[in-house]
Design a binder for this molecule. Structure first.
Ligand code: C5P
Length: 237
C-alpha cells in the first residue's frame, strides 16, 4: 500500500441501525473519506445486504464485528465476509494465536479484507482485567496482545491514540494501526475521554482514523470531512 491521501486515512463510523440514514450519509460523504466503518449496530439491523448496499457506493468498508470464537468458526466467518467486498474486518486478539492465524489464513488467497486485531477494549481498565483474572497492567497487555496478533498474521491493530507510539515502536512500520477517539480541536469530545486530534494521531503512528460524530453530526458532514483532510494535508506541507 502506498502512502494514503488524507481523505483515504479517514473511516467514517456510521453508527445507526437505520439503513436509509446510513445510505444518505454515505452517499453525501462519497469521495470525502476513505471509507465507512459499519459495526454491530448496523449489521445486526441490516445484515450482509445492508453492508453490500453501502459497499456499492464504491468506498472501502471496515466491517467491525470483532470476531472472537474457536479458530474454525472465525475462519468461516471471515470467509463469509470475503463475499461482501470489505477492506478490513476486526477480530479480538485475545482469541489467541490459532484463532488469529485461522482468520489470516482464511484470506490467504486474496489480499483483502485486511485482518485487524483489537487488543484490550478501551472500556476496560487494569482493575477490570484483574477481576477477570488477568494480572498484567493494561498497557503491557496491549503490547503483549499486539505482538501476538502481529506474529500470527494480522495485518494490523485497532489501538487507542495513547497506545500508538508504543505499538509503532514495538511492531515496526508494516503493522497497520487504526485509531478511534479522534477529535479535531473544533469538535465536541462527546463521550470520548482520551482523545487526539487527527494530525497528531497520524504523527504518533496511525495509518487510519475512525471518526464518527465530528463528521456524522456536523451540519454539513462532507464539509466537516473535507476540513479534517485539509488539516491533515496542512501538517505535511
Ligand atoms: O463518534 P466517534 O468518533 O466517537 O465514533 C468512534 C467510533 O469508534 C464508534 O464506532 C465507536 O464505537 C468506535 N470505538 C471507539 N473507541 C474504542 C473502540 C471503538 O470510539 N475504543
Amino acid at each position: 500500500m502506498g502512502t494514503p491521501t488524507p481523505a483515504e486515512r479517514i473511516f467514517c463510523a456510521i453508527d445507526t441501525p437505520d439503513r436509509n440514514q446510513a445510505i444518505e450519509l454515505a452517499s453525501a460523504l462519497k469521495g470525502a473519506v476513505g471509507g465507512f466503518k459499519l459495526g454491530k449496530e448496523f449489521f445486526t439491523a441490516n445484515g450482509p445486504d445492508g453492508v453490500a448496499e453501502i459497499a456499492e457506493l464504491g468506498q472501502r468498508i471496515f466491517l467491525d464485528l470483532k470476531f472472537h470464537d474457536i479458530p474454525n468458526t472465525v475462519a468461516g466467518a471471515v470467509k463469509a465476509v470475503m463475499k461482501l467486498n470489505c477492506y478490513m474486518l476486526t477480530v479480538h486478539a485475545s482469541g489467541g494465536r490459532s484463532m488469529i492465524r485461522a482468520a489470516a489464513e482464511a484470506t490467504s488467497e486474496e489480499t483483502l479484507p485486511l485482518i485487524m486485531a483489537v487488543t484490550v477494549l478501551t472500556s476496560l481498565n487494569t482493575k477490570d482485567l484483574i477481576e477477570i483474572g488477568q494480572k498484567t497492567p493494561v498497557e503491557d497487555q496491549v503490547l503483549k496482545l499486539g505482538k501476538i496478533a502481529h506474529e500470527s498474521g494480522a495485518n494490523g491493530l485497532i489501538a487507542s491514540p495513547k497506545e500508538l507510539k508504543a505499538l509503532r515502536a514495538a511492531l515496526g512500520p508494516k503493522c497497520l494501526l487504526t485509531v478511534p477517539g479522534i477529535r479535531p480541536l473544533w469538535a465536541s469530545s462527546n463521550d470520548q475521554k482520551r482523545i487526539m486530534p487527527p494530525l497528531e494521531a497520524i504523527k504518533a503512528g496511525a495509518d487510519f482514523l475512525v471518526i464518527g460524530r465530528p463528521i456524522t453530526q456536523a451540519k454539513d458532514p462532507k464539509a466537516a470531512a473535507d476540513r479534517i483532510s485539509a488539516e491533515i494535508a496542512e501538517g505535511y506541507r
